[in-house]
Design a binder for this molecule. Sequence first.
Ligand code: ADP
Ligand code: MG
Length: 377
Amino acid sequence: MQQAVVDHFTALTGVAPAGVWAAPGRINLIGEHTDYNGGFVLPFAIPQAAYLAASPRPDHRWRFVSLDLDDSVEAGVDDLVPGESGWHAYLAGVVWALREAGHEVGGADLVLSSDVPIGAGLSSSAAIECVTIAALCDLYAIDLDPMSRARLAQVAENAYVGAPTGLMDQAASTLCTADHALFMDCRSLATEQVPLQVSEAGLEILVVDTRTRHSHVDGEYAARRAACTEACRLLGIDALRDVDDLDAALAALPELEGQRVRHVVTENQRVLAAVEALSSDDFPRLGDLMTRSHASMRDDYEITAPTVDLAVEVALAHGALGARMTGGGFGGCVLALVHAGDVVDISSAVEAAFSEAGFDAPVSFLGRPSPGARRLA
Ligand code: ADP
Ligand code: MG
């Protein structure tokens, strides 16, 4: 893929690119729907990444090319206006966010290709934003620390593309390192690299993309956020992060808000417990926390779906140490912590169960914790 973007760039412009960069997709090990509650998340970078070959342009114009979509968009700097639609808005948004923040960016040819599946909850959007900001910072000698880069990539997605997403995806794509998960406090934005060396323990993280997504996800997401906001109002706190007596909170809330709060509060506790488990390579405990997280999403937050519930159930029945849905919910991917020798058995068992249930065939891959955004050449 690196070679493909270089070759295409060279064929297009007649000269080799000034550089090549990569930024990965991400998956959340544990900590779902905690971000907008001021809580904790623990994502890691997946092997799939966006690759970008780029050179500055003296004429201050922009050319965005996606090999995957076989599309090319040219723009002058005055054409970059928030609210633009189309895939190139994610890249144009990064240019716009950098300029809004006062950084001098001239123009560039950008040739992109990515193997992060689109719309699978693996954040193909953050990958293409973060690879763009990495390239532009290098090409235009912009001195920005990794978290500031992630925040500008988020500005691109929120203000330019118009997608109201949190910071986790961009932080993970930018800050993750190989063999680590990234612990992030979504309130203070403090981060910590947590060792996640599953291979050395004879384990793998099997990712099952169920390739299902319900169409009402946006409305359900908004409803969960609204329930959390309402619970905070009733409890007189700013964020569910601040609930320190869960029983007292539950006693003060209507049943539905109580259920939602129980998920968020216990999920935050599980993230902290997972970090602790990883510090002592206690993988059985990590697996148990993952499975509990899934039960909490299924029963209290009510954001799972028949496909992901089935994948979790089958993985556990075939010897997984733990399994859970990851991402916003109502489909998407399942993570299973499995013995390396069980990978084939578990993925075929899930496939067979999906076929029997009449679901589309899932796609499985190994989620080896990979490096974040970087220059390759
Ligand atoms: P995801 O969960 O994968 O991040 P999003 O809807 O947030 O899903 O972002 C997907 C969008 O990002 C695509 O619809 C497309 O506009 C853009 N995108 C992602 N990967 C590519 C690519 N390789 N080439 C062009 N655009 C891409
Ligand atoms: Mg996205």
